[in-house]
Write a protein that binds this ligand. Structure first.
Ligand code: AMP
Ligand code: MG
Length: 672
């Protein structure tokens, strides 16, 4: 079973048997109904039989009446069910041999042939959709590789029970209008065979790929495509959802899932507020930003630094079996007497990857190596250095503890438990954990693309000549490097003159190519502040006047569906505003959730009288366990940024700081 819930793919679930599956479906329906969401559940078996069958069996053309008829007669336990006898009894209702064939049981069943020697039953061999679906099996064949006949007889009673359990909430496609919140539809993975083959080539289980890829395809269909695929005329036989539209399913699978863009008003500030405190501004961002990038599934080798989009659940315990933590000798602790011990050794040994196949008798010991599975009859291992090895026996002192030097199965991670949650930025250690617990593929968000541009007639490209009144572009290289350090892709948009039309075209291109636009300069409300002017003109601009030093107003807006962070031109302010505001926003847009930097408290090596009403960040570093700040607070001093290893954060209120007073220091490395 595979679930895509509110655009997020969950890992496929293996359900042991039909009872577990029925329970899982009920749980799913309960959860989604309680959350007020709609739900479409696909089942990989026909919902109907060829025309005329329902009438021949129930006297009615309605396939749902046939479902109920089957439910009453079908007996199912986890051990056995009566599907072959039921098929034989239906065959008896038809002339000739009856339409069902194949008997997987040892005993003969009168009226059910083992080979396809049927004749004269009068039913069509295939439904209309199966004539079109190349490679689909007929519903009459009850067994054999690939056959589906057995699944129909066992599956339809489950669906009939679900309908009875949720009479108001379930509709069955294509027999009923899909008004209720839950739709049951017939699916067939044969329609997406090429995609399944591609996925299989990279490993994994075929059935898991089938359900996962189909769930992905259906969940990504645009509303008009969905309507097109659901519009069929098959009131009795039913239909395979998507049949004849295989290309649509294929391209839905290939598309990275794109969530809706941010709303134009996502940066609006509450009216009447003059200077917004830093924490209020951050709270607004955390509320308004959501992931805007698609997801895809890939192998572990591509996963480092990517943001996990679906939880990882351990497929295997770690350790998978109890094993030895040392090189030594194993035995049953209970078989030891008191005092010094002499134990005979069994022939053979247990080594990593080469377990001992037998049972070690009580009172015996076995040679064991690190990582070797603990054989039957052993629960304790003694270190080889604590043993005297004789001819076919070992001797050791008393005092070994029961269970010593063994690792229990699952003592680290048990199969089935979640190991990593969505939003996690995957580390090298995470890849080890995933691999050790049997995972080879992960679903992650696409890397966030961040367009970066500088604005201003005075700005020159490093390497070019710079005349009087001109300055080199310091912000673009800095911002691009920061974006890459955060783990995202920097898209360079160059320097844009103070020319509204050129800027407009550049923003258009940036909005197409990136998920977020970072500009620097031109963000205030002066004559040449074209970033804020254009965003205002687009009707999606908010001037964020944040009670923060260093920082000028931030121009936040949405351009063509893409959020824009208009940073101050001053490099010191641009860096601080990027760390404090743009960075957490980037992580939210990228799916990584809210991440505050981890700072710590240290004694100050400086003094400062701070005025109330705004928060300050000073360029700082640690020397001799104390926090030093850069000699000048002048916001044009780029050398101070480079001098610093981090920032000191001084709270919004008034403060007198003297040497030795505790201050909050945040290293640059913690803003990642
Ligand atoms: P603005 O916000 O455009 O008024 O710019 C504020 C200050 O930052 C001015 O002194 C600009 O020259 C300077 N500035 C703007 N962009 C950059 C840049 N990319 N690199 C260095 N300084 C800049
Ligand atoms: Mg400017």
């Amino acid at each position: 079973m595979s679930v895509v819930r509110v655009e997020v793919e969950e890992p496929p679930l293996y359900l042991r048997n039909r009872m577990d599956a029925e329970q899982a479906i009920r749980d799913l329906i309960d959860t989604e109904l309680a959350a007020g969401r709609r739900l479409c559940i696909g089942f990989d078996f026909p919902f109907g039989y060829p025309e005329g069958f329902a009438r021949a069996v129930t006297g009615r053309d309605d396939p749902l009446v046939l479902w109920d008829w089957l439910e009453v007669r079908f007996e199912d336990t986890s051990k056995a069910n009566n599907r072959f006898d039921l098929a034989a009894s239906i065959n008896a209702m038809f002339p000739g041999t009856g339409p069902f064939w194949f008997n997987a049981l040892r005993r003969d069943i009168p009226g059910l042939t083992r080979k396809d020697t049927r004749d004269g039953h009068g039913m069509a061999e295939r439904r209309a959709c199966e004539i079109q679906a190349k490679g689909a099996f007929t519903c009459w064949q009850l067994g054999g590789a690939g056959a589906v006949g057995g699944q129909i007889l066992t599956g339809l009673p489950v669906l009939a029970r679900l309908r009875r359990r949720y009479p108001q909430d379930i509709a069955v496609w294509p027999f009923q209008p899909l008004t209720p919140p839950v739709a049951l539809i017939e699916i067939w993975p044969g329609l997406i065979n090429p995609a399944v083959k591609r996925a299989e080539a990279t490993g994994g289980i075929r059935d898991a790929h089938q359900v996962q890829l189909l769930a992905r395809a259906l969940s990504r269909l645009a509303p008009d495509e969905l309507t097109r695929l659901l519009t069929v005329d098959a009131p009795e036989e039913g239909w395979i959802m998507g049949l004849g539209h295989e290309d649509v399913l294929e391209s839905a699978i290939a598309d990275p899932l794109k969530p809706p863009p941010l709303r134009d008003d996502c940066f609006a500030l509450p009216a009447g507020v003059d200077w917004t405190p830093v924490d209020d501004a951050l709270a607004l961002l955390s509320e308004r930003m959501h992931p805007v990038v698609g997801q895809s599934e890939h192998g572990l080798e591509q996963a480092l630094g990517r943001v996990l989009a679906a939880p990882l659940v351990a497929q295997r315990s770690n350790p998978a079996q109890a094993n030895s933590a040392v090189d030594g000798y194993g035995f049953a602790f209970a078989s030891l007497g008191s005092g010094d011990q002499v134990l005979p050794l069994v022939d053979g040994r247990s080594a990593a990857g080469v377990p001992y196949p037998g049972t070690v008798p009580a009172g015996h010991a076995i040679r064991m190596l690190t990582g070797a599975a603990v054989p039957d009859g052993v629960d304790t291992v003694i270190l080889q250095e604590d043993v005297t090895l004789g001819e076919g026996e070992i001797a050791f002192r008393e005092g070994v503890k029961p269970g010593a030097n063994t690792r229990e199965a699952g003592e680290d991670v048990t199969a089935g438990t979640p190991i990593l949650e969505p939003g996690r930025i995957l580390t090298p250690a995470d890849l080890a954990l995933a691999a050790a617990t049997g995972l080879s593929r992960v679903t992650t968000y696409a890397r966030l693309k961040v367009a970066i541009l500088s604005t201003g007639d005075e700005i020159r490209e490093p390497g070019q000549d710079a005349g009087e009144g001109q300055i080199y572009d310091a912000n673009r290289p800095m911002l691009a490097a920061m974006v890459r350090q955060f783990g995202y892709e920097a898209v360079d948009m160059g320097i844009v003159r103070d020319d509204r039309e050129v800027l407009r075209q550049t923003l258009d291109r940036a909005a197409r190519e990136a998920d977020l636009i970072l500009t620097s300069g031109g963000a205030s409300s002066g004559d040449e502040d074209h970033v804020s002017a254009l965003l205002t003109e687009a009707g999606a601009m908010a001037e964020w006047r944040i009670a923060l030093k260093p920082g000028r107003p931030l121009a936040l807006g949405v351009w063509g569906g893409t959020p824009v962070f208009g940073l101050p031109g001053n490099p010191v302010a641009a860096l601080v505003c990027t760390l404090i505001f743009a960075r957490p926003a980037m992580h939210l847009l990228a799916g990584a959730g809210w991440r505050g930097p981890q700072g710590f408290t240290l004694p100050a090596a400086f003094s400062k009288n701070k005025k109330p009403g705004r928060r300050e960040y000073l360029r700082a570093r640690i020397r001799e366990g104390q926090v030093e700040v850069f000699a000048s607070e002048g916001s044009g001093r780029i050398s101070g940024l480079s001098w610093a290893d981090g920032l000191v954060e001084i709270g919004d209120g008034e403060q007198q700081i003297a040497p030795g007073d505790p201050v909050h220091y945040i290293p640059f490395s913690s803003f990642l």
